[in-house]
Design a protein around this ligand. Structure first.
Ligand SMILES: [Zn+2]
Length: 192
């Protein structure tokens, strides 16, 4: 069998991103996972998948998530353990949103050791507080299409109007319910 030349630098370990929300952990985690051809393990995505598939874990997590509460460590850790035991994780993986607590970090350390992984890489993303503030307060999401903007860094072409709605308005002729179309794609304040 020909050697795998796609990923000459094997990761063979976990990568963990630490840092405040808005520092770009998710973006960096996805990019790194893509580069090394390893799974990107977002605990949020994993939980939503369990819920949508109706797994035993998902059935337990669903009412907790619907109440807007934090899913307890016992469920999160069980989910992580199951995921790490799947074969696609054998060359390493990148975490996104985990570990969040000292207890989770300790459990993860034991788990990685038990499965024979090398010591994890921990990347702490630091960010200038003023940039962080702009990023969090400037974030806008379109309620219709989910498009994401930032009024400081990546504003829509027309203030307060989603580019998708703006496009639609220009394609249609003036006088054809243009106001409604504009309003329907108006970016709204998003939660952090
Ligand atoms: Zn939109």
């Amino acid at each position: 069998m020909a050697p795998d030349t796609r990923h000459p630098d094997k990761l063979d370990r976990a990568v963990i991103f630490l840092g405040p929300p808005g520092a770009g952990k998710g973006t960096q985690a996805k990019e790194l996972a893509r580069k090394y051809g390893v799974p990107h393990l977002s605990t949020g995505d994993m939980l939503r998948e369990h819920v949508s598939k109706g797994t035993p874990l998902g059935v337990k997590a669903k009412p907790i998530m619907e109440r807007g509460e934090l899913v307890p460590d016992s469920l999160v850790l069980q989910m992580i353990r199951e995921r790490l035991e799947r074969p696609d994780c054998s060359h390493g993986f990148v975490f996104d949103g985990f570990p969040r607590t000292v207890a989770q970090a300790k459990y993860l350390g034991e788990l990685l050791k038990h499965h024979g992984y090398k010591r994890p890489f921990v990347i702490h993303l630091a960010i200038d507080p003023s940039i962080l503030l702009r990023r969090l307060t400037g974030r806008r999401t379109c309620k219709v299409g989910g498009e994401i903007y930032n009024i400081y860094e990546r504003p829509p072409k027309v203030e307060g109007i989603c580019d998708a709605g703006n496009l639609r308005r220009r394609r249609g002729r003036v006088g054809t319910a243009s106001g409604r179309s504009r309003r329907s794609h108006r970016p709204a304040l998003a939660g952090v």
